[in-house]
Design a protein around this ligand. Structure first.
Ligand code: UGA
Length: 434
């Protein structure tokens, strides 16, 4: 099939390479010339495991192209996927301006009939709004059908998540269009669910908000475990064995971050408010998460009394491993709190350093290795559970620190290795300190 994709962010690019890999001809359109020039040469604008290999491979076999021209990119497209960002506005609502621009571009340049597949996360009712704009603006020869097809891939495992998705949601009004989109996905051989358009839009927000709430719940249980002397590792394992609860997303930590959970929970809350539905659970999810991002600083304050002049090494900056994404990363709030309290912050991240610098500037120092970051530090904060941080050389680390103290915000260090380092003071989340 001929597929055009508008937007070359995580969703657009990952979808593009995967559809191309299963045999479709894909053209990705983006207004950013520099980005498109790089992509033509097989250079990905984002760090995402496996993406660049598939990109290069599919460009070479001629199934993948990139352009800044909507006229060229939309020519002959049977399916047009919109995967532009829907960031958060000040009031918590989703900002649809990129989406509106994409729709305008389609209506100006599309000359044939096509199915428009909306992958961007959008509030309930948006697909119908988009369809009405397209119906008004497109020429009589170009009949448009719209499909709501929310995306569930995670950064850091985007390719696997697309190739082996748990489910594909197809929200439709026209069954023929739904069948055509199903045909596009058929080679992936993953389960699918046909729903109404409004339900599909809701599934996305409800799923992300549920997962975020699960994280806030387990973080509160972890805090309670600390107070009563229980161990969250055992508690979460025991809970997760119940199939109704499930083991996933029961890892306590320093709160969720990223470009999706924070904005989607707020957007769902905004929708609830608009419709007079009192969804106070979501308010708590957000409030717990905000507080949880401060937990390592609170623990360090308890330990030291005062953080003025203390050198704190942050290991990891990205909101999670295997990504260079810094959007809403807990490391931002933690760095700001620490520097406000007069601490000196030295940070290390294998890939997110440049993006972190754009947000935090020179308020903190950036190191090029774990050992450089921890040199003469008073404490280490583990922020992101990158493999090299999980398996760091503990003996070497301790030798270089002024005080051998680790606050592990991800409970990622192996307990036996920690116990083997007698000099080490170790503070995990929701578990007894060692
Ligand atoms: C999330 C969803 O998991 C995807 O299904 C969805 O498609 C995506 O948002 C989106 O809407 O685009 P993502 O933000 O990439 O994916 O990352 P997750 O792996 O879900 O992690 C989000 C945050 O939750 C991270 O900060 C992570 O550290 C935290 N987390 C996750 C926990 O603190 N505990 C857990 O048990 C799991």
């Amino acid at each position: 099939m001929n597929v055009a994709i508008l937007g070359t962010g995580y969703v657009g690019l990952s979808t593009g390479v995967c559809l191309s890999e299963i045999g479709h001809r894909v053209v990705c359109i983006d207004l950013d010339e520099q980005k498109i020039n790089n992509l033509i040469q097989g250079i990905s604008p984002i760090y995402e495991p496996g993406l660049e290999n598939l990109l290069i491979k599919n460009i070479e076999v001629g199934r993948m192209e990139f352009t800044t021209s909507h006229r060229d990119g939309l020519k002959g497209a049977e399916i047009i996927i919109i995967a532009v960002g829907t960031p958060q506005k000040n009031d918590g609502a989703a900002d649809l301006s990129y989406l509106e621009q994409a729709v305008k571009d389609i209506s100006i340049h599309l000359e044939q009939s096509a199915i428009v597949v909306l992958k961007s996360t959008v509030p309930v009712g948006t697909n119908e709004y988009i369809k009405s704009i397209l119906d008004d603006r497109c020429s009589k020869q170009a009949a448009i059908e719209i499909i709501s097809n929310p995306e569930f891939l995670r950064q850091g495992s985007a390719i696997m998540d697309t190739m082996k998705a748990d489910r594909i949601i197809i929200g439709y009004a026209n069954r023929e269009a739904a069948n055509k989109v199903l045909e596009m996905y058929r080679p992936l051989n993953v389960p699918f669910l046909l729903t109404s358009i409004r339900s599909a839009e809701m599934i996305k927000y409800a799923s992300n908000s549920f997962l975020a709430t699960k994280i806030s719940f387990i973080n509160e249980v972890a805090n309670l475990c600390e107070a009563v002397g229980a161990d969250i590792k055992e508690v979460a394992e025991g809970m997760g064995k119940d199939k109704r609860i499930g083991e996933a997303f029961l890892r306590p930590g320093i709160g969720y971050g990223g470009s999706c959970f924070p904005k989607d929970v707020k957007a769902l809350l905004h929708t609830a408010d608009l419709h007079g539905v009192h969804f106070s659970l979501l308010k708590e999810t957000i409030a717990i998460n905000d507080l949880q991002q401060e937990t390592l600083v609170r623990k360090a304050m308890n330990r030291f009394g005062d953080l003025k002049g203390k050198k704190i090494a942050l290991l990891g900056l990205a909101f999670k491993p295997e990504t260079d994404d810094m959007r809403e990363a807990p490391s931002i709030k933690i760095s700001r709190l620490l520097t406000n309290l007069g601490a000196e912050v030295v940070a290390y991240d294998p890939v997110a350093k440049d993006n972190a610098r754009k947000i935090l500037g020179d308020t903190i120092t950036y190191s090029s290795s774990i050992n450089e970051a921890v040199l003469n530090s008073d404490a280490v904060f583990i922020i992101t559970e990158w493999k090299e941080i999980k398996y760091l050389d503990m003996a070497k680390l301790l030798k270089n620190m002024r005080h051998p103290i680790i606050f592990d915000g991800r409970n990622c260090l192996d307990e036996e290795r920690v116990r083997a380092c007698e000099a080490l003071e170790y503070y995990p989340i929701g578990r007894p300190a060692i």
